[in-house]
Design a protein around this ligand. Structure first.
Ligand code: IMP
Ligand code: MG
Length: 193
C-alpha cells in the first residue's frame, strides 16, 4: 500500500528514523539495474568472478544483488573491514578484521560495499586484492556520500549519491542497530544519544 503523500511504502518507517532517504522500492529497483549492468560487463568472466561483500554493512545488499544475477557463475567470499565503532559516527580509518578471500589469481574481483565515505575501505581492499594476483578489481557501492573524499575514490558502480548525513538501514548500522530496516534513512537526534 502506498500513502498519498510519498512514494514510500508503509513499511518504510521506524520511530527512531527522522527521514527516509532511499525507499525500499527505490533500492529494489536500483539493485536489479546494477546487477544487470554488472552481469553484462562481466560476461567474459563467467566462472572467474569473485564477489566480495564487505561485512557486515553489505549483507543485505549482497544478498539481493547476487539473487538478481542468477545466470552468472560466481563465487561469494566475505571479508570484514571495520571503520566505525559503536556510537562513533566519524570515520576512524579502516582495518581488516577478518580473513581475506583466497585463491584470487586469475579471478575478476568485485567488491560490494554499503557506502563510500572516506574511501579507506575501498582503497585498502583494492590494493590487497591487486597484490594477490586478481585479474581485475572493481567496486560497487550502494550509496556514496557527496563529499570530496568519497567522490574522488575510484569506484566503478554506484547505486545512489546521497547528502553527507549519517544514515542507517539496509545493512547500515548505528551502534550495531537498524541494519534490518528495508530502507535507508537518518536517525532522530534522540536515537543517537
Ligand atoms: P569508508 O571506508 O570511510 O569509505 O567507509 C565505509 C564504511 O564506513 C561503510 O562500509 C560503513 O560501514 C561505514 N559508514 C560510513 N558512513 C556511514 C553512515 O552514514 N552510516 C553507517 N555506516 C557508515
Ligand atoms: Mg562497512
Amino acid at each position: 500500500m502506498h500513502d498519498s503523500l510519498s512514494n514510500h511504502t508503509n513499511e518504510d518507517r521506524h520511530e527512531d528514523v527522522e527521514r527516509v532517504l532511499v525507499s525500499s522500492a527505490a533500492i529494489a529497483k536500483r539493485v536489479v539495474e546494477l546487477a544487470q549492468q554488472i552481469g553484462n560487463d562481466y560476461a567474459h568472466a563467467d566462472g572467474r568472478l569473485t564477489v566480495v561483500p564487505v561485512m557486515t554493512g553489505s549483507l543485505l545488499f549482497a544478498a539481493d544483488f547476487v539473487r538478481a544475477l542468477p545466470q552468472r557463475r560466481l563465487r561469494l567470499q566475505l571479508t570484514t573491514v571495520s571503520s566505525y565503532g559503536g556510537k562513533n559516527t566519524a570515520t576512524r580509518g579502516s582495518t581488516l578484521s577478518g580473513s581475506l578471500p583466497k585463491h584470487l589469481e586469475g579471478h575478476h574481483v568485485l567488491i560490494l560495499d554499503d557506502i563510500l565515505d572516506s574511501g579507506g575501505t575501498l582503497r585498502l581492499l583494492r590494493s590487497e586484492f591487486e597484490s594477490r594476483g586478481a585479474a581485475s578489481v572493481r567496486a560497487c557501492v550502494l550509496l556514496r556520500k557527496k563529499i570530496p573524499s568519497a567522490v574522488s575514490t575510484p569506484c566503478e558502480y554506484v547505486g545512489f549519491d546521497i547528502d553527507d548525513e549519517f544514515v542507517v538501514g539496509y545493512g547500515l548500522d548505528y551502534d550495531d542497530l537498524y541494519r534490518n530496516l528495508p530502507f535507508v534513512g537518518t536517525l532522530r537526534r534522540e536515537a543517537r544519544a
